[in-house]
Design a binder for this molecule. Sequence first.
Ligand SMILES: [Zn+2]
Length: 401
Amino acid sequence: MPVIGLQYRLGVGRCRSYRYLLIPTVRQQACLVGLLGLQCELYNAALEERRGAWRWERRSVSFFDQCRVLTSLRGVRPEVLASGVTVCRGTLRRLDWAFAGFYRRCRAGQRPGYPRFRPRSRWDSLQWEDRNGWRLDEPSRRLHLFGVGGLKVRLHRPLRGIPKAITVRREGRRWWVTIRCVEVPAEPLSPTGRQVGIDLGVRVLVATSDGALITNDRHAQRAAKRLARAQHDLATKQRGSKHRRRAVECVAAAHRRVRNRRADMLHRLSRRLVNDYEVLVHEKLIVSNLVCRPQPRPDGAGGYASNGAAAKTGLNRCIHDAGWGTLLAMITYKAESAGRTVIAVDPRNTSRTCAHCGHVSAGNRRGAVFRCQACGHEAHADTNAAINILRAGRAQQQNAA
Ligand SMILES: [Zn+2]
């Protein structure tokens, strides 16, 4: 999660990001749009420089090389520097990340795409990486951006810690600011003396060892119909037309709605779990492995046999939709701030072991029902797994102590 990555970069205290709605005036909005355009241009120019230097001189250009050149822009393109050098550096940093990702994937033996030139329509954010060029005035609820002015901020919740960096983002017609803070004080919760095992599933999103079953709303699935309609609508529009642009916004809004609803649900759920329990045990999971595509299976006659790809695609979509990784990340950071303990355990056999007698067999489980072949113990399969997970977590805790 970005929170953890940032902690490494800044190397200080507990980090948190806070996101607030911005309410720019018409003039400020025009200013921001202009700034987005210039930064997009800068990104493309910097990409061109890196590409050209390598192609013609076999010379690699670093982030620092490009930052040094920035100041010489003052004579040629003064408007690029009109909002300060910090936001330009933020843009160059993004290009640097794009290249870092590209080289990392190359080294890992994958075949990544080379960083691309970006059209203005796909450039929506500005970042200030240090404390220059902006100032948050909490009492008057204004975010002062150098070259733009004092933007009204809806501070719906108090900011904690020391603000270090910001990102301003356009989403549809709205503008948001994400403020990254360091040295955020912990907010310990009172002890409850309760422990819980958490089993993550597709049909039942979370099953706890106490027997609670929280079903997955499958937000995307419900919204899929509306999305399909919006996408179909988009496909019928002529390229470059005003109607098409409106249809694009419609599709983006549908995606955004799904994303927001899912995040809201996961935030509430993780908050409830962290408030209720002192020790939370979950299965270690590697989502990137779970959602990978199945290997193609050649049938020897030049074709391919069924490898279950279609079924796996369906399951992948469910996994993405359920947002296991996001949920665990939310539980982890909320628990850390609240002084709760989170334990990750090996997921092997948790769903095949009988929580009553310990008998392990694949035949114990049939769909959502768990019935032990040795002792006849019957339970909901996910609840049974959650109890095993809690037990494994306790054992792990005792071994460590
Ligand atoms: Zn049993």
